[in-house]
Design a protein around this ligand. Structure first.
Ligand SMILES: [Zn+2]
Length: 376
């Protein structure tokens, strides 16, 4: 489940992002609670109360998920594993580590921390439920607390499935890694189990729909696909990382660099460069010095009528210091810079001189060749 992420906060120095899917999920949760769950659990309340209960529950669920992810992240930071942030989507989220844990023990601790957090949250809401029941038995409060206790336990139930990259899958991977001493093999097995459980969820989802439980069915299918996709991606990522280990930027980059001058017009840029080379971005060079990068996104900032009068220097990205890599650097580092700043290509500079461009596409080609040769 990729797509767009929106940054909403920074906690413990970690950027917290929500996937755009969360807005949809948020509405779906509020709606199913307000229309179906709460009215049948606590009948006779005004409509507006159900909606308030639904929205507050969705917010508290969101906070519960965040606490779960922060508990993982606490240990990720403690073990000095680089991470980009936390992104919340459908059922849970992901502490986005850009490297793997260093040993099975770290993996195990990071995974179990989130489960323990959800366990504590589940009991916390259960405690609130009983406390309210005794001292202040308002159905609206009881309903919300009960739901949150249940949902936190459901979250544990789901996350404990032994399919990577769920927490249970991470625990399985840690154990396999410990037994076999091989991270790749452990990941392969754990993510296959993950795909399997994804398939099982989809199957039960279809079954639910068949027997008339439409909403539950949709949820299960949704989560099943999500899990299958995540399992496949995590394994591919690991393989890519392993294959690229120790390969310098100079081996992956293309040296045939097409640069543009900052003084040409946007119209010339489009006609003579974007349409000719089919690259998505160009380095901008003045008197042999790199002064910026210009991409199709930058071109989109000006309307078509103004292409002629606007110069490349007016639309280019000048803040490129962070994007520069050197030929000796590890190619993996270039890849993580690309995903961190969401760019497709980086300029390669050797002693201040532009010597190449490294693009996502180059990585794909390099990986394909490596995979082919690995088979021999
Ligand atoms: Zn987790």
């Amino acid at each position: 489940m990729n797509g767009r992420n929106i940054k909403i906060a920074k906690i413990l120095g970690i950027p917290i992002k929500i996937n755009i899917s969360w807005i949809f999920i948020f509405l779906l949760i509020s709606w199913t609670l307000a229309i179906g769950y709460f009215p049948s659990d606590y009948p006779g309340l005004p409509k507006i109360t159900y909606w308030l209960m639904g929205i507050i529950s969705a917010i508290l669920l969101f906070i519960s998920l965040l606490i779960h992810e922060l508990s993982h992240s606490f240990f990720v930071l403690r073990y000095n594993i680089p991470m980009q942030g936390i992104t919340l989507f459908i059922f849970g989220g992901a502490a986005e580590m850009t490297e793997e844990p260093k040993n099975p023990r770290q993996e195990f601790t990071i995974a179990i921390a989130g489960l323990i957090a959800s366990f504590v949250l589940g009991f916390f809401f259960l405690f609130l439920f009983f406390l309210t029941k005794i001292y202040y038995p308002k159905p609206a409060l009881l309903g919300v607390f009960k739901y949150l206790a249940i949902i936190n336990f459901i979250l544990i139930g789901f996350n404990i499935l032994p399919g990577f990259p769920l927490d249970g899958g991470r625990i399985l991977r840690a154990l396999l890694w410990y037994i076999k001493g091989n991270l790749r093999e452990a990941t392969r097995i754990a993510s296959n189990v993950g795909s399997f459980f994804g398939g099982v969820l989809i199957f039960f989802g279809l079954l639910s729909i068949f027997f008339g439980n439409f909403i539950n069915g949709i949820w299960l299918i949704f989560i099943g696909f999500f899990l299958m996709n995540a399992a496949r991606m995590s394994y591919q990522q690991l393989i890519a990382r392993e294959l690229l280990e120790g390969i310098p930027v100079s081996k992956v980059m293309s040296t045939d660099v097409k640069s543009v001058s900052p003084d040409i017009s946007v119209e010339d840029l489009v006609n003579d460069h974007f349409f000719k080379c089919f690259h998505h971005g160009f380095p901008v060079v003045k008197k042999g010095k790199l002064v910026g990068m210009v991409t199709i996104q930058d071109v989109k900032k000006v309307t078509h009528e103004k292409w002629k009068e606007t110069k490349v220097s007016e639309i280019m990205d000048r803040d490129i210091e962070k994007l520069i890599v050197s030929p000796e650097e590890d190619a993996i580092r270039a890849l993580s810079i690309m995903s961190k700043y969401k760019v497709g290509r980086l300029p390669v500079l050797d002693k201040g001189k532009l010597v190449g461009i490294i693009a996502r596409r180059d990585f794909m080609q390099c990986l394909e060749i490596k995979v082919e040769l690995d088979k021999v």
